[in-house]
Design a protein around this ligand. Structure first.
Ligand code: UD1
Length: 359
């Protein structure tokens, strides 16, 4: 029986942890899983709604760290997590993604000699200005088992000198959650509430510091969204970081429908019916790929190149003219009829992750 602590820190972690936890509970002779919530994201909108929608039980341990600068937040997770390890003595700690909680927990384990599995290992934007890129590189460097979503990630890890025997291509566990919840998301009334017609609106998300923390960049992007909103409804659930910056810089948003951050099912119902998605999120590049929804990524690079090679994703950067042109092009086209799904994005990644832990 393997005792595994699953680390859930921030919003994009929850839909990756949920299927792994559920699989481990199904295999109760083999696994004893516990959820540790660091508290990096908190409250109903950024955390509670996800646990509810994903049918995850309350976390077994809550570290309650909250928001702070990178150093303070990372350090608080480390300080609060170390005694949990002394008490629980797990066989493995499983971290997902690339948030501050991911590297903080991995680093504590590495120093204590506790085995670390990293889900979504090996993704690289090669842009060290992104805090997530630092978190990815460092987490992979100290992990014992590197579980990858696509084979370009395997190549990245090998290129960094990580031995082949530590790397396992298991596919994309976030897509397990997507496949499990797509039908269920039809119970959401979000489209009716916002008076949207399927296939006739665009969805936007924005929260990268590089896009929202600088007033000129944010207002340039918002100007392009206001232009696009003259042709098609544009719905923008606003991340708390972005909301604060829109207020601080007094950015205009006329014609764009702003909402609070949405839960997992409401947001899935929203983007799954969109004609077009514009985003700087990592996960949404993958979710739109699986559903065949055109996605414009408002960044200069992506750590998920397979969404461009096989999927519907196009990198457009943050230049307002380029965004407007790319959106006009995408809106003029029909939804692609043949959806290409990357290998092992099949809804069965959690099973493979559990198998690899046992091996
Ligand atoms: C974090 C992750 C990012 C991920 C994103 C998803 C890091 C370095 N960044 O960025 O990779 O894509 O989550 O959302 O780990 N806030 C709230 N409520 C919350 C959380 C945050 O109001 O539950 C506000 C706080 O003012 C906080 C700000 O949002 O200072 C930013 O939050 P933080 O967790 O520092 O980074 P994110 O931008 O959310």
């Amino acid at each position: 029986m393997l005792k595994v602590l699953l680390i859930a820190g921030a919003r994009p972690n929850f839909m990756k942890v949920a299927p792994i936890y559920a699989e481990m509970r199904r295999r109760e002779d083999e696994f004893s899983p516990m959820i540790v919530h660091t508290g990096q994201h908190y409250g109903a909108a950024m955390s509670g709604a996800f646990f509810e929608d994903l049918k995850m039980p309350r976390a077994d341990v809550h570290l309650g760290v909250g928001s702070a600068s990178h150093a303070v937040q990372t350090a608080r997770v480390m300080i609060e997590f170390e005694p949990v390890l002394f008490e629980q003595k797990p066989d493995w700690v499983l971290v997902v993604g690339d948030v501050n909680s991911t590297i903080a927990c991995a680093l504590v384990c590495a120093k204590l000699g506790i085995k670390i599995a990293h889900v979504e290992a090996g993704l690289r934007s090669r842009d060290r200005r992104m805090p997530e890129e630092i978190n990815r590189v460092l987490t992979d460097a100290v992990s014992d088992l590197l579980l990858t979503t696509s084979q370009d990630a395997d190549a990245n890890l090998l290129g960094e000198g990580i031995p082949q025997e530590k790397i396992r291509f298991v596919g994309n566990v976030m897509i397990d959650s997507l496949r499990e919840h797509l039908e269920l998301s039809k119970s959401s009334h979000i489209r009716e509430d916002l008076e949207l017609t399927e296939g006739e609106y665009a969805v936007v998300t924005l929260h990268r510091p590089s896009n929202v923390d600088d007033g000129a960049t944010l207002s340039g992007i918002m100007n392009s969204l206001m232009e696009i909103a003259k042709d098609v409804r544009v719905v923008f659930p606003v991340h708390p970081r972005t909301r604060a910056k829109i207020n601080d810089f007094e950015i205009e948003t006329d014609g764009v429908t702003l909402t609070e951050p949405l839960g997992y099912l409401d947001f899935m119902r929203l983007y799954s019916g969109a004609k077009l998605v514009l985003t700087d999120s990592g996960g949404l590049q993958e979710e739109t790929t699986v559903l065949g929804i055109p996605c414009l990524t408002l960044r200069e690079n992506t750590e998920r190149p397979i969404t461009i090679e096989m999927g519907t994703n196009i990198l457009v950067g943050t230049d307002p003219t380029r965004i407007k042109e790319a959106a006009a092009n995408a809106l003029a086209k029909r939804k692609p009829s043949d959806i290409k799904i990357p290998p092992l994005w099949d809804g069965k990644a959690a099973g493979r992750i559990c198998d690899e832990l046992l091996r």
